[in-house]
Ligand binder design. Structure first.
Ligand SMILES: [Zn+2]
Ligand SMILES: [Zn+2]
Length: 304
């Protein structure tokens, strides 16, 4: 399973319909948050993501992207969480998150491990990596690419049998990509009985950013790109000043990357309900499946 649940899709300030930034990513047994704006924990309850978060990945430390972690960690502590929680983010993650851990007078009852991450670093998780890539915002910032491991190719026991491979350890070796020698001296190559590796899924979250190379590279061939789309063409200048993207620019990044699907998020309050223009403008650049995120929207990313 690989499921995204949008917990907050508004830029800078919440509205009645949209919370501040937060995205839950459930992949098999693990649950990640990408950003955790104020109010995120209530959105998690509302949309039933569960609280069993394994790691939080911050894109940057503008307040609307991380203040929610303060309250959320307190709740986890009250609920008796025991496993350590890993949190990752660009500079100054250590300074800001350390302060957050000691906010209030109660100590947290579980360990929080803070990791300051530089672009290019890959965080190993169960069956996938979270790869940090360089983005272009007013403060140190990262995008995150969830990159699944390759899946082994399909094994064909009937082919092995036809080649006279005796059942047992040689089957296992072939399945794991090793060529083998049969008892009678004949060689059998793994690729005679196993199909090529199948690629895993790739989901990319830009965080707040101008359109940039880093995102295009990270989203190359991605199944899904979630991109900053704070403004429309009418506010191109403002997008440049504040170092965000317009919907059209997000569409261009998706097209250049050859992404399979684009979801626009982090909407300025003026597009809260009138987001049709964003779709229209992104559409001029990107022909694939295209949506504006809404709080509570879930996306299942199918296996390729
Ligand atoms: Zn933001
Ligand atoms: Zn920001």
């Amino acid at each position: 399973m690989l499921r995204l649940t949008f917990l907050g899709t508004s830029a800078a300030q919440p509205t009645i319909g949209r919370n501040l930034s937060g995205l839950a990513v459930r992949r098999d047994r693990e649950l990640f948050l990408v950003d955790c704006g104020e109010g995120t924990q209530r959105q998690m309850i509302r949309y039933g993501t569960g609280f069993d978060v394994d790691a939080i990945f911050f894109t940057h430390f503008h307040a609307d992207h991380y203040l929610g972690a303060i309250g959320f960690l307190r709740t986890l502590s009250m609920l008796g969480r025991a496993p350590p929680l890993d949190v990752y983010g660009p500079k100054p993650a250590r300074r800001l998150l350390d302060v957050m851990l000691f906010t209030g007078t109660e100590r947290l009852d579980f360990e929080v491990r803070i990791h300051e991450v530089a672009p290019g670093e890959a965080i190993r998780r169960d069956g996938c990596a979270m790869v940090a890539f360089e983005t272009d915002h007013r403060t140190p910032s990262l995008g995150w690419a969830l990159v699944e491991d390759e899946r082994p190719g399909r094994f064909h026991p009937e082919r092995a049998e036809a080649l006279g491979v005796p059942k047992g350890p040689l089957y296992g070796a072939l399945q794991h990509g090793r060529d083998v020698t049969l008892p009678d001296g004949r060689a059998v190559r793994s690729d005679e009985v196993v199909e090529p590796h199948r690629r895993g899924r790739r989901v990319v979250v830009s965080g707040d950013t101008r359109p940039c190379r880093g995102t295009v590279e990270a989203a190359r061939g991605a199944d899904l790109l979630v991109h900053d789309s704070t403004f429309s063409d009418a506010e191109q200048e403002r997008a440049e000043e504040t170092m965000h993207s317009t919907a059209r620019e997000a569409g261009r990044v998706a097209r250049e990357a050859g992404a399979g699907r684009l979801v626009l998020t982090h909407l300025s309050t003026r597009y809260d309900r009138e987001f049709g223009i964003l779709v229209e403008e992104a559409r001029k650049e990107f022909a694939g499946p295209l949506d504006v995120a809404a709080d509570g929207m879930t996306i299942e990313v199918p296996l390729p």
